[in-house]
Design a protein around this ligand. Structure first.
Ligand code: PMP
Length: 456
């Protein structure tokens, strides 16, 4: 029955208008700061995407600790956004803060061009989690992805990258493509591409193994860059065995596979790679590992390392296109060592996953009870509700099911009651500090939001 229900859009717009007024009334200091910042910052924000928040301007925050954010209007939020995974460890986790403070205070030294001993511990921990042998560190997941794409092209001698339509892997030129009518096209809104990315990249729909094989058969693909489950066009889970089959198909024709675990690390201690026993050639990750301090990493297999080392006439250490002066700095590594070894323990990550399952079952109960044409999907510590009766199986399907009005309404309703969800999505991430009470409170607010909606 639920799938046949039609939303009363006019009524919904009325609800949004009501929520906008509430938001306006509760955020006077943020609004004043936004007016000031608009005089000196492009778009009034430190980085353009901060304008993605609903309500016309972002809430300015004063402090954040554990899974709480306090804004400049003295309002408190339960944070399910967690810096879009950058703060998955919770805000300012004690172990990380202590390691950072020691590093920059007692020991001294933030960046030097020399390695610190923490790098060994971080490399070892990442190897144990994900199974890849050797590691390099960057300041972001974007950089990790950019570098492995270069390395893959270099060692295979092939020119193209394959990605899944509507993927997001950071600001990596090659990845801004979608598949439309069977053709790879530059994604709408792509800013000033140096070349049309359809000349560097082939897009395939997620869960389309035949499409993958067809792209691979051309022999042009250096690597497939993929999230093991898509998380940037809503969560799109792979069908059973899909990722393993992609890796197998790639290896059959000499293409390499990069698994980007930046978001899917929510699946557990070793991300989807460990959960699903995946054996990629490269693994990239960023965001959460430094507990909020900029840090990214890429791992490679011994075999890939041998191929890199056997290349001649290539400059890996200076101006060859791989690097970053502050990459691998002592501050990032101290933060990552503490976050990986002391915050993201197996027990903690299991507890986060259990809470996420409770979050999802609470939402599902409301969906069932109100007979809503909606669904929720979960990937470990991350859950996301979707305004569609059937879970999408590809990026294209997922993009087509977006509902901007409902997104706006739910985000505003939540924010007005002290809950932050991830903008761009209706996604909730659990941190080590998220409690069952927080999850239950969300469920209650979700139910209130839903009960105000009118259906035709
Ligand atoms: N990979 C994935 C899967 C991501 O979701 C993102 C960011 N949302 C990135 C890479 C890039 O991360 P960053 O912007 O921190 O470089």
């Amino acid at each position: 029955v639920g799938s046949k229900r039609i939303l009363n859009r006019e009524h919904l717009r009325g609800l949004i208008a009501e929520q906008e007024v509430q938001f306006y009334d509760r955020t006077a200091n943020s609004r004043a700061l936004f007016e000031e910042s608009s005089k000196v910052l492009l778009g009034g924000v430190p980085m353009s995407w901060m304008n993605k928040w609903i309500g016309g301007y972002p809430v300015f925050f004063k402090s954040a600790t554990a899974n709480r954010i306090f804004d400049v209007d003295s309002r408190e939020y339960i944070d399910f956004c967690l810096g879009d995974t950058g703060a998955m460890a919770g805000h300012s986790p004690l172990s990380t803060v202590s390691a950072i403070t020691q590093r920059i205070g007692l020991l001294g030294g933030i960046t030097t061009m020399l390695p610190s001993a923490d790098s060994v511990l971080v490399g070892k921990n990442l190897s144990e989690r994900f199974g890849l042998d050797l590691w390099q560190f960057t300041l972001s997941a974007t950089d990790a992805n950019r570098f492995v794409v270069r390395l893959a092209r270099q060692i295979t001698g092939r020119g193209k990258v394959m990605v899944f339509s509507y993927c997001y892997h950071g600001t990596v030129d090659e990845t801004f493509v979608v598949l439309e009518d069977g053709v790879t096209r530059s994604r709408a809104g792509n800013v000033g591409p140096s070349v049309d990315p359809s000349s560097t990249t082939v897009a395939v729909e997620f869960n389309d193994l035949d499409g993958v094989k067809k792209a691979l058969a051309t022999g042009e693909i250096a690597c497939i860059l993929m999230e093991p489950a898509m998380t940037n066009i809503g969560i799109v889970l792979p069908e059973d065995g899909f990722v393993k089959s992609v890796i197998e198909a790639a290896h059959e024709v000499g293409s390499l596979v990069v698994i980007d675990e930046t978001h899917t690390f929510s699946a557990g201690w070793g991300g989807c790679t460990r959960e699903w026993d995946l054996h990629p050639d490269f693994l990239t990750i960023g965001k959460s590992l430094g507990g909020g301090v900029p840090f990214g990493a890429f791992g490679i297999t011994t075999e890939v390392a041998e191929r890199i080392n056997s290349q001649t006439g290539v400059d890996y250490v200076d101006t060859g296109g791989i690097g970053g002066t502050l990459a691998g700095n002592a501050l990032s590594l101290a933060a990552a060592r503490a976050t990986l070894l002391e915050v993201f323990t197996k027990e903690t990550q299991e507890a986060m996953n259990a809470l996420s399952a409770q979050f999802a079952s609470g939402v599902q109960r409301v969906i069932d009870g109100a007979d809503l044409p909606w669904t929720i999907s979960t990937l470990g510590a991350r859950s996301e509700y979707r305004f569609t009766p059937v879970l999408p199986v590809s990026g294209g399907e997922s993009a087509a099911s977006a509902d901007e009005d409902l997104d706006t309404y739910m985000h505003l309703f939540m924010a007005n009651r002290g809950i932050l969800m991830t903008p761009f999505h209706n996604m909730a991430l659990m941190s080590p500090k998220t409690t069952l009470e927080d999850v239950l409170f969300h469920g209650q607010v979700f139910e209130e939001a839903v009960s105000a909606i009118a259906w035709i």
